[in-house]
Write a protein of this length. Sequence first.
Length: 158
Amino acid sequence: MKWLDQLIAKTRRAGLLIDANILLLQVLGRFKPQLIGSSTRLEKYTRVDLDLVNRLVRRFDRLVTTPHILTEVSDLAPDEYWSAFVNDLMVFDETFVPARELVLGGDIQRLGLADAAIARCAQEGVLVLTDDLPLSQRLAKRRHHVLNLNHLRTYLLA
């Protein structure tokens, strides 16, 4: 766990950015944990995954997000859960990068709009938590701080 502790120590103040699917796991898992592993959007996750994410979140000074991530979560979460999550939005530091800047950066064609915004945030030294392999590989190749939930799960549960 030493490498994980070192990674967290390096990024604690810059913050943790949670990709949309994992943020959805947090939102729905808190309000209706029985959906984990059974609903279409959460079938690949377990309650252990939710616990890993929550333990990681508690170790950071700030949580970072983008309007793109929040839009994805809003679109995926049933209304009754999203409205309960609205109060939690106050803990996020939201970073906005105009789409035209993301287009000029070149990532939007390869990653899509939301992931291009995440890649831009990664330049600021935040730790990106995702389970999106292409995104995590691109960020790692650029030497940005990224943690793939699948790798974390394998490492911690091995």
